[in-house]
Ligand binder design. Structure first.
Ligand code: CTP
Length: 400
């Protein structure tokens, strides 16, 4: 089998040096990578570096090797085009179909999936012109990864950093795995909650749970690779932000509720993968609770937390919004799952069997997805990503 052909477009931003790392990852994992830098990208990283790392010739203009008609051939033969970094100028050209160099010509001739990883200063990213160009590209089916937040060129910090090359590589891998199919979540906004809430007792102690957040993060990553704009409401996770995802960090169930309700207002789908505490301590001690040698400990009095899944299911922010819950069960898994689906009022419920060493913190998972329409989709033991893909398949079918 021939290697998948990837075109790595590099436009002229300082983050061009990080594309070398992306190139290495793509080449080392068995892809045939053709780098197409713009003329300004070569101010940051020279053609010799791209050529040596890719093992392929490098040109920026349509006038090199004209007999091979590169401005058409490179795009036509690609299985994936990824532009990293994509500058504001490159996004504008791509959105308007300009074709004044080899990369922009390639973008017009490519019929394969296209991924843009923008990097620029926050003001440029937030400018309505850039935002409209991004919306146009997404509407046409391109995957535009949200920039990361952090240190920018110089002393500035904000949104606009190129996401970690390892994360961009993961998006490319998933988009390639889906093949030439249109990203089915393009133009959609999805909200995913992940992790486990912590309910504080005093400044140093909390009631928590074992959720690692891995399943929710897998859902966020796979949705981004399928073209969705993703808001990830993360409760107490220690995982790296997935590329292209807006992460909102929360601690308690009440904070999680607020963040989910806010993000769900314009969402097409909400997936509640977080383990939300059903109860919280009735009182919070502002000072550390001290043990008293001559006294029995005080009992901890608990009060109910809001049930976020039931609330957003009963009072949908948008008509046609698809809502997915998760259920962790130890016994009578299917019967309990069906009852929970009805009680919560969501459209789909992913039912996991949990135990001491099952599911929590593991890389793999096994589940049944129950539908309010009576459907039952078993997902065999496998990576959490595979379960995530099944969830999005079912959501996508319901979005119509
Ligand atoms: N959930 C929620 N708000 C809560 C508790 C849970 O939104 N206060 C959501 C979880 O995110 C998950 C689903 O509800 O999607 C199922 O949670 P689970 O704890 O399994 O269900 P419970 O309602 O707590 O039922 P039980 O205690 O009987 O297991």
């Amino acid at each position: 089998m021939s290697k998948p052909k990837v075109v790595l477009g590099v436009s002229g931003g300082i983050a061009a040096y990080k594309a070398c790392e992306l190139l290495r990852r793509l080449s080392e994992s068995g892809h045939d990578v053709r780098v197409v830098p713009t003329a300004s990208a070569l101010h940051f990283v020279g053609a010799a570096t791209w050529s040596a790392l890719s093992g392929n010739p490098v040109s920026t203009e349509v006038w090199d090797d004209v007999h091979e008609v590169p401005h058409v051939r490179i795009g036509q033969h690609a299985d994936l085009v990824v532009v990293a970094p994509a500058t504001a100028d490159m996004l504008a050209k791509a959105a308007h179909g300009l074709a004044d160099d080899l990369l922009t010509n390639t973008l017009l001739t490519a019929r394969c999936p296209v991924v843009f990883a923008p990097a620029m200063h926050t003001e440029m990213w937030e400018h309505p012109a850039t935002q409209e160009n991004v919306a146009t590209l997404r509407r046409r089916g391109a995957v535009v990864i949200e920039p990361a937040v952090g240190r920018l060129t110089g002393v500035d910090t904000g949104k606009g950093r190129l996401p970690d090359p390892a994360e961009i590589f993961e998006v490319c891998r998933r988009v390639l795995a889906r093949g030439a199919t249109e990203p089915d979540l393009a133009g959609r906004h999805v909200v995913v909650s992940a992790g486990g809430t912590r309910e504080p007792l005093d400044p140093v102690r909390f009631l928590g749970n074992r959720s690692s957040g891995k399943q929710g993060y897998a859902l966020a990553r796979t949705a981004a690779a399928r073209g969705a704009r993703v808001t990830l409401v993360a409760a107490n996770t220690a995982l790296a932000d997935p590329a292209g995802v807006d992460v909102v960090r929360v601690g308690t169930a009440v904070q999680l509720r607020e963040a989910v309700l806010k993000a769900a207002a314009d969402a097409d789908a909400v997936v509640m993968a977080a383990a939300v505490a059903d109860f919280r301590p009735a009182a919070y001690a502002t000072g550390k609770i001290k043990k008293k040698d001559d006294q029995e400990p005080e009992p901890i009095v608990l009060v109910r937390n809001p049930d976020v899944l039931a609330e957003i299911s009963a009072d949908r922010a948008r008509s046609g919004q698809v809502i997915v819950g998760f259920a962790a069960e130890t016994d009578d898994v299917l019967a309990n799952g069906r009852a929970k689906l009805a009680r919560k009022g969501c459209d789909l419920l992913v039912v996991n069997e949990v135990g001491e060493r099952k599911t929590f913190g593991a890389e793999e998972n096994e589940a049944v997805v129950l539908g309010a329409d009576g459907s039952e989709t078993p997902v065999p033991h496998g990576p959490k990503e595979a379960l995530a893909e099944t969830v999005w398949d079912l959501v996508s079918a319901r979005l119509g």
